[in-house]
Write a protein that binds this ligand. Structure first.
Ligand code: FES
Length: 62
């Protein structure tokens, strides 16, 4: 599913950045994808996916 239409960033890409590149904040996501830098409508949904993915990773470790 595409989360950021302006920059064609999918939920899969966001999860990949967290799980494979170790990115854990919106600043890092923006740096890698430019997500949110145009209309900004995607930011809230992207944050939800980011938080959910980081939390699931934490659960796996503990
Ligand atoms: S949908 Fe992401 S900046 Fe517009």
């Amino acid at each position: 599913m595409i989360v950021c239409l302006c920059h064609s960033v999918s939920d899969k890409k966001l999860r990949q950045l967290v799980l494979e590149e170790g990115i854990s904040d919106m600043k890092g996501i923006r740096r890698c994808t430019a997500l949110g830098s145009q209309c900004g409508k995607c930011v809230r949904h992207a944050k939800d996916i980011l938080n959910e993915t980081v939390a699931s990773q934490y659960k796996q470790v503990s």
